[in-house]
Write a protein of this length. Sequence first.
Lengths: 559, 131, 327
Amino acid sequence: MYKDEALERVRQEREKWEQGGLKKVLSRFPEQKESYENSSGVDVKRVYTPEDIAGTDYVEDLGFPGEYPYTRGVQPTMYRGRFWTMREYAGFATAEESNKRYKYLLEQGQTGLSVAFDLPTQIGYDSDHSLSKGEVGKVGVAIDSLADMEILLDGIPLDKVSTSMTINAPASVLLAMYIGVAEKQGVPLSKLSGTIQNDILKEYVARGTYIFPPAPSMRLITNIFEYCSKEVPDWNTISISGYHIREAGSSAAQEVAFTLSDGIAYVQAAIDAGLNVDNFAPRLSFFFNSHLDFFEEIAKFRAARRLWARIMKDRFGAKKDKSWMLRFHTQTGGSTLTAQQPDNNIVRVALQAMAAVLGGTQSLHTNSRDEALALPTEDSVRIALRTQQIIAYESGATETIDPMAGSYYVESLTNAIEEKAMAYIQQIDEMGGAVKAIEQGYMQREIQDSAYRYQKAVEEGRQVVVGVNQFQIAEPAPEGLLRVDPSVGEQQVKKLQELKARRDNVAVQTALDELTAAAQGDDNLMPYILKAVKAYATLGEICDRLRGVFGEYIAQDML
Amino acid sequence: MEKKLRILIAKPGLDGHDRGAKVIARALRDAGMEVIYTGLRQTPEQIVNAALQEDVDAVGLSCLSGAHNHLFPKVVELLKERGAADILVFGGGVIPDDDIPGLKVAGIREIFTPGTSTESVIEFLRSNAQQ
Amino acid sequence: MLNNNRPAWWEGFLAGDMRSLARAISAAEDQPALAHAALAELGGRLGRAHVVGITGPPGAGKSTLTGRLAQELLSRGFSLGLILVDPSSPFTGGAILGDRLRLPDISGDPRVFVRSMSSRGSMGGLSRATGDAIKLLDAFGKDVILVETVGTGQAETDIVSVADSVVVVAVPGLGDDIQAMKAGILEIADLFIVNKADRDGADKTERELRSMLRLQEQAQGEWDVPVLKTVATSGQGIQEAVDTLRAHYDHSEKSGGLRERRRNRIRMEINDLLGARMLRELRQQMTAADLAAAADRVIVGEITVYQVVDQLWSLFANSAVFILRGV
């Protein structure tokens, strides 16, 4: 981007500065840290100049928003056309409670829903299962059947509100329930807009809510791709996630690398299942973390977009531009929240949210200040939502697209992260792909090593966590935290009994039997799951049938 | 011969977040202890079985899903039933301060909340987990 | 030998209490003299279990395989002891014992006892305590004892010193695994299992093993070392593997091979115990400071290590004679 003579002049002046003014100051005042390395292992320089991006070509490497390689964003007008979707992840206790919280958030100006399910639901167990004891409604809403889903979405117009559902192993079932509710509302499937997370690979690596082994899980995922490409064309069939990988302790470069590797595996699986890449790729979406290092995060988002665009075009030969676009949702980093001095978290979240916006996210969840301790109260989540609104309406950050472009630091970091991520992806390719890498425990080990290093850095004081290892105060226990009523478990059990008494149990058994037979064959399972769901088969009943055919995954943890 | 401390680190219930448990396991190993890590989705019965067979000095329970009030006391109860009340039980995870007194009454000796250093866990075990 | 100093777990052990067994194994690790005294009294109960050693490189899926073999053995009515060995950290002496979690859930079955043991710095990958733990499980009444080892260093050859049947697990696609297999591994195997046999290269691995086996002489009375294929995660090949293991055990019993192996093991064990005991006694003649001083003298060339040992030995020999002759 710069003429050689100009660069040469910069270099000379820089060396003069290094030997002159800089040297003088350094000899009297050493810098605060001995090494300034970021999470990705990039050595952060004191100062960046045009020299650092001499090899970067504006047109080839940056381009324009909405055009390959999408470094600057996936839409030509970005936030000037429409803000990112503000969607706070929410759900707890019963469908009735969560429905109330969704209505509150929509009233407060949230523009999309994000459903959190409890662990039994995420792992395909009904609320009356022995393993569900103590877990029902705790980390999200308990959904045992279509009946619960109807309550959850009561009064919410599915043709107007897009809904993201954080559900993975049983995603097919929850999607079927969503469709069931839409049909009851009279909304045509072509009008439904939303996302299911549906990313099983990261469950094996970092999140733990798997049910079946990899092969049948991939089958379910590709079934969903195929079904939605025909029936629910505006639905994002997967949210390939890096958020959890980062939360488990990875670096920023690893977050990009492992996520895109998982993405490569899904694309390949779908192609192997006979789907045309341009028929499903436009509906793939991603989910990233927005973590501590402000500029590293912005660079990370840009690097991810450029890298994915190149992978889709060059490696998979996708022809449609929509297939090349990496669209993503972001959540601010939960693991950066502190239990000590919780109001500080508001500041952390604001910075992280800003980084996500400057990184061009399509959708954003901001954490609440009390989330190191409990699920958020109404007041806390309102502040989190206001954080997004203030950035959108007051900060000016949305008035131009990709404002950080051209920064010597950010462009240099974008290049560095892309390079490091590429190296990891190559290594994973050599292992035979993401599934093999996971089987061998490669990703897990890298993440754990990174997590341990970070812990050591915090305990040795090299990484300051404000309020935790420095600037501590003596503080009373926090008050007014959200508590989930422990009777939720019993309420759900009762609901289940009532459901099973009033539904047509013969129809349920028939549907389940048909599903079981189909699971043993090669048919797309979505229609069978839909039938069972509409007959009010429970989530547990459906998943148990699938467990019978597919088996269960036994974790192969490596420590 | 110096007796090595044997510690069971367990993830009871359905919670799949194991970063903390694994970091603690490593730290204890680096402090010279033998750590048996159970992996995810352990029932209280499985945890107690393992604790007995491995003849551990202490059991550490990690739970971030809010199910600790049900699961942790169940482990203590089962250990008592099996005649192993002498095995020290401690815990960590996302546990509100309000719940800690109740857990201690139920027999969990110590709860380590977010922000705890691994050093404090090591110290606690060295001082308390003796047979 | 125990006389009045019976450990607290003695009665429970004899009565079949699980926690007592666990405590006995801990004694083997922490109070070896006590454990040995207990084993001396339990002598009559030893020798009834079928001890199976399972070894192989990391990544071969040994833990999953061990778990599946255990499930199959359980379904055939055998009571089981499992010992899972993991390496200890050479720097801190600590260890993370994570093999247990890879087993399918068999620990709830009262007929199964699973114990994780650290190699406790032993070079061979199996600590002396592991051998004692196996004996305790045997004396406790377990029909089959599965010992899964680290699979690096000398662990593979160490397993021979404790096992009646040795299973070596290979896995296709780990580079030139067969060529890389250390010398000695071919000789110790009673059964080769090619695990993850659904992978590319499984047939090739199987063929290579078979051809290498053909080249080697039959050492032990005509047991043809078989090569089996398994997919431990799905259970494929497991029944055949267990059939083969039990067939090996029967064959060894009938042919006298089992007795011969155990005789060899006992001979080795006597040597080891004797050596360890003598070392302990000898070391009592010399403090750490003495040892350091001797080392310094060797460094400056005043004396050689051989002379140091000779001097120590004559000290010991004299004092031993002293004691024996009751002077």
